[in-house]
Design a protein around this ligand. Structure first.
Ligand code: 6PG
Length: 232
């Protein structure tokens, strides 16, 4: 699958362009069916994009925002993606959005995955927008090289769901949407910044081993052509 590359001179320019594109995707969905869904990634890269998006004039009360993946840590832990979302996106106009957190005060991470899967099903499918990040090891979402459930996570014949993932490179256990829940988003973007990640992307584009670099699944097998947003 070919991809579309959008390269920007600066990170603020990227944040503005991606926020405008996402705004269009959400507006189109609201126009079509009265509501919109978006799954965003955590980590450090999306902060500036979240800040810009939070101020966009979307009918936010018709939007449900969820996370592509989450670290299984308390909601006030500095590594929590939900905390990142609350701090940088759920403010200004975007504070009116409905949020579907992946982490619940469940007895176990397995139970949390089951609850989140049920809630995500109620949103309908596919997502109107999915924004992925990428780590320097070639992971995306929580599809980590060496992850205990990597094969199932990347298997498109399995139903859309939230699942658990543990991997040495991941730090804490994770909850992640399966690839089957992300690969056909109406708008599918990969947001990466810096020369190091560009080199990782180039390596991913040149090869095909998904166990080595799970991002290759997104680049090679998504039903939606991914839009890559990059700035140095
Ligand atoms: C997470 C993510 C993950 C992220 C990459 C990139 O919770 O870690 O959602 O998939 O997109 O790890 O993270 P950085 O932006 O911090 O480099």
């Amino acid at each position: 699958m070919a991809h579309r590359m959008h390269a920007f001179e600066t990170r603020p320019a990227l944040a503005e362009a991606l926020a405008n594109r996402v705004t269009k995707a959400l507006e189109a969905a609201i126009e079509l069916k009265g509501s919109a869904t978006i799954a965003v990634s955590g980590g450090s890269t999306p902060k500036a994009f979240f800040e810009v998006l939070s101020g966009k004039p979307v009918e936010w009360d018709k939007v449900t925002i969820t996370l592509v993946d989450e670290r299984f840590v308390p909601a006030d832990n500095s590594r929590s993606n939900h905390l990142l979302l609350s701090t940088h996106l759920l403010k200004g106009p975007a504070a009116a959005a409905r949020v579907l957190p992946l982490y619940h005060d469940a007895a176990s991470i397995e139970e949390a995955a089951i609850i989140a899967t049920g809630e995500a099903r109620s949103l309908g499918a596919p997502f109107d927008a999915v924004i992925l990040g990428m780590g320097n090891d070639g992971h995306t979402a929580s599809f980590f090289p060496g992850g205990d459930h990597l094969a199932e996570a990347l298997d498109l014949s399995l139903p859309r769901r939230v699942m658990t993932m543990e991997a040495e490179g991941a730090g804490e256990p994770r909850l992640t949407f399966s690839f089957s829940a992300l690969y056909d988003a109406r708008f599918l973007a990969l947001h990466i910044e810096g020369a190091e990640k560009k080199a990782v992307l180039d390596k991913a584009l040149a090869g095909s081993d998904e166990n080595e670099m799970p991002i290759r699944a997104v680049l090679g097998r998504s039903a939606t052509k991914p839009d890559i947003y990059w700035a140095p």
